[in-house]
Design a binder for this molecule. Structure first.
Ligand SMILES: [Zn+2]
Length: 262
């Protein structure tokens, strides 16, 4: 008899295996990033078909396979349905899925904390689904970027100068430097000799605060930030993350192109 196991997982994407079956890429609470076969989902009356759509969290029963496991049963835990009727929510959710797919693994040696990352993805999709404005969608995604990198050991140090190791000034009228080539912040003195961009301390301290608090926790900046600041921070983190891997996130490029061509 085939060995079975249970897990809770969030779908990140799926692609066809043949005329009837699909492969679902998902993040499992106990196994990390995984792929599994969903049989018969292309048939019009398939119950499983609806449950293997992107961004749905399911309680699953799977059969272990030689190469790929097969989904035997799926019970949805949260469909995050409000993501699917808004283009902004959809594209930022796809970006989240892409980051998880690019950076996470199912390699136990890497010592990743799967339940913690699972809860982060779940909380992010919940926040995006319930968002009332694009600003809230970007804020949810920005927090996700920072938290995911922290969990994976790629977190940015927002407080200390990477050259002299001194705690950088918290003067809100001042700025500091950031170097994309070094991937780190520098104080005003050290940054002078480095090819970097100037970042206002207000921005750096806002990101530092997001890095410290739990995902769902409010910060003292929540009511103060505006759309322009959030978008700037999101793009800053996106560039930092893109520079970490050779798999650049494609979602926003693709989307820009589709909108232009449409
Ligand atoms: Zn310094």
């Amino acid at each position: 008899m085939k060995k079975s196991f249970m897990t809770e997982a969030i779908n990140l994407k799926n692609y066809p295996l043949n005329d009837n079956d699909s492969i679902v890429v998902m993040f499992s609470k106990t196994k990390g990033l995984m792929r599994a076969v969903a049989k018969g989902v292309k048939r019009p009356k398939s119950k499983l078909g609806a449950r293997v759509q992107m961004f749905i969290a399911n309680q699953l029963m799977l059969f272990e396979g030689k190469n790929l496991d097969t989904i035997a049963q799926a019970q949805s835990v949260n469909t995050f349905s409000k993501i699917r009727n808004d283009l902004d929510k959809l594209s930022y959710s796809m970006y989240v899925a892409e980051l998880v797919n690019n950076f996470c693994s199912n390699d136990y040696n890497k010592d990743e904390n799967y339940p913690e990352i699972y809860d982060l993805i779940y909380a992010t999709y919940e926040k995006i689904a319930m968002a009332n404005t694009k600003e809230e969608v970007i804020f949810a995604t920005l927090k996700f970027q920072i938290k995911l990198m922290n969990f994976l050991g790629w977190g940015l140090d927002f407080e200390y100068c990477s050259k002299c190791q001194k705690n950088m000034e918290s003067d809100l009228t001042q700025s500091c430097f950031y170097s994309y080539s070094l991937g780190s912040f520098l104080c005003l003195e050290c940054g002078d000799n480095v090819n970097g961009i100037r970042i206002h301390n207000k921005i750096r301290l806002f990101l530092a605060e997001l890095s410290k608090v739990d995902y769902k926790e409010k910060t003292k900046y929540d009511e103060l930030v505006n759309f322009a600041v959030l978008e700037k921070c999101f793009l800053f983190m996106k560039k930092y993350i893109d520079n970490l891997s050779n798999k650049k996130t494609k979602i926003f490029e693709v989307l820009d192109k589709t909108l232009i061509e449409a």
